[in-house]
Write a new protein. Sequence first.
Length: 200
Amino acid sequence: MSFTHLHVHSYYSLMDGLNSPAELAQAAKDAGQTALAITDHGTLASHRDMQIACKEVGIKPILGVEAYISPTDRFDRSSKTDKSIQAYNHIILLAKNKKGLENINTLQELAWNEGFYHKPRIDREVLKEYAEGIIVLSGCLNGLISKAIERDEFAEAELMLKDFKKTFGEDFYIEVQSHNPEKINQKLLELADKLKIKEI
C-alpha cells in the first residue's frame, strides 16, 4: 500500500484521543473513509481491537505505532546529566504489508528491551535495519525534524530528511499539522519542496 497520488484525507484518518477503536472505526465509516490507521504512543496493544472494529464496519485497518525515537541511539542515557537533551522524540510508523507489521513488532520489542529510558525507544540504526514494508511520517512537533527546526538547526533537519528519504523512498512523508507554529510549517514545506518529499 502506498499513499502516492492519493488525496490522502479521502482514504484514511489519523485521530489522537481517548476513543475506543470501535468508536473510531464507526466515525471513520460515517465520514466516508475507506481505511483507518491506529498509532498509539509506544504500544501495539490496540491492534487486535482495531482489526475487529474495522472488519465489523467494512473498512481497512492500517496498523502502526507512534514510536519514540532517540535523537542519538537507543542506549544513550545522557539526558540524565544534560537536561537540554530530549531523550525521545515521536515518529509515526505504519505497516503497508505483513512484512512491515512484523518489522514494527520487532522494532517495538527492541524499544522495550534495549532502548527503554523514560519511554520505549528505537533509533535510526534499527529503523534502517527493519525498514522493509514500513511507511514513515516525520512526526509532530515532538518529532526529530520539527525539533531541529525549532532550534534553528536547518542543516541538521535537512540531513535527517535526506537520510529518511534514502531509506524509505516514496514511503517517507513530511508531517505538517495545522496547529504547528507558522515557522515550523513554513520550513517543513520548504524542505519538502527542496528535497521532493511528499507532505501529509
